[in-house]
Design a protein around this ligand. Structure first.
Ligand SMILES: Cc1cc2nc3c(=O)[nH]c(=O)nc-3n(C[C@H](O)[C@H](O)[C@H](O)COP(=O)(O)O)c2cc1C
Ligand code: SF4
Ligand code: SF4
Length: 264
């Protein structure tokens, strides 16, 4: 179970993340490190978990973190969050974005968690390494980001423990949400694959057939880059020409350092 925050009665801390390549989780962990000494970690990646088992209580505080995919919450993450029962638990929303923009991600996350019964009290949009074009925002979150995020998390902790001003946080974004129809990056394995099966096990949507590991079901694949990130043989790759074209197209937008944004 989660742990008690100092000075607060029966308040457990949960860190709930969908983080295919680890950037989102890094940001969530910085937030949690300030909110409490210990926490219960819930990852929304496993495709076979029953997320209905998670039921919270109004005194809990849940850091709920997702990456921005095309300015939206990854649909599979939203679906898994909606299986949970918030029961009025406080939610600190986190969106990690890869130095382009987060568009409607935080608003969609807020609406998603509210539908699941959570009460959003604070929100953060923070930059993490771009998981497809990894040269952009490389090294982020960095020391400067960590300092900013920790300062904000301390203010969130104060607000939650005092119980004052607990009205819902106002978050930017538009509805209807930005349209997102996926991206043309679907990894395949090359000759370095030694058939270990890890990618098939770890793919959050089951797009890799355990009996045919070099192929990817392109309809199911959400281009999250997890299989590339975790493959011990570095055998999984996306088409270099498609990637190079995207880098060329996006480099102006992705190069300048973007800032973190905080909402309390
Ligand atoms: C399919 C996909 C779409 C993405 N779309 C955006 C986007 O619209 N804006 C942006 O700034 N970053 C975008 N990114 C970058 C991720 O939001 C960013 O790298 C995030 O930190 C990834 O989280 P993770 O490391 O937890 O997987 C996208 C990444 C992927 C894989
Ligand atoms: S994780 Fe890499 S080496 Fe293992 S099966 Fe997948 S592609 Fe092959
Ligand atoms: S196959 Fe697609 S969805 Fe599965 S881990 Fe790889 S990139 Fe993500």
């Amino acid at each position: 179970m989660g742990q008690i925050l100092k000075g607060a009665y029966d308040m457990s801390l949960y860190e709930i993340t969908f983080s295919p390549t680890g950037g989102t989780r890094k940001i969530a962990a910085i937030v949690s490190s300030v909110l409490g000494d210990t926490k219960t970690v819930i990852t929304l990646l496993p495709k076979d978990s029953d997320y209905h088992v998670w039921q919270f209580k109004p005194s809990d505080i849940c850091v709920i973190a997702v990456p921005s995919f095309g300015g939206r919450v990854p649909a599979v993450a939203a679906k898994r969050i909606q299986c949970m029962q918030g029961n009025g638990a406080n939610a600190v929303l986190v969106c990690a974005y890869g130095n382009r923009a987060y568009d409607d991600t935080l608003l969609e996350l807020s609406n998603t968690v509210k539908e699941a019964g959570f009460h959003p009290v604070a929100a953060i949009a923070a930059v993490a390494r771009h998981s497809i074009m990894t040269q952009f925002a490389a090294g982020r979150p960095d020391i400067e980001d960590e300092k900013e995020i920790k300062t904000f998390a301390a203010a969130v902790k104060k607000k939650v423990i005092s119980g004052n001003d607990m009205e819902e946080v106002i978050i930017p974004g538009n509805k209807p949400y930005r349209e997102y129809h996926g991206v043309p990056f679907k990894p395949d394995a090359d000759q370095n694959c030694n058939q270990c099966g890890l990618c098939a096990k770890e793919c959050p949507v089951g797009a890799i057939d355990a009996d045919n590991l070099t192929k990817t079901n392109t309809e199911q694949c959400i281009s999250c880059m997890r299989c590339i990130d975790i493959c011990p043989q570095k055998a999984r790759k996306i088409d270099k020409r498609v990637l190079d074209a995207a880098i060329l197209k996006m480099s102006t937008v992705l190069t300048a350092r973007k800032k973190n944004e905080f909402f309390l």
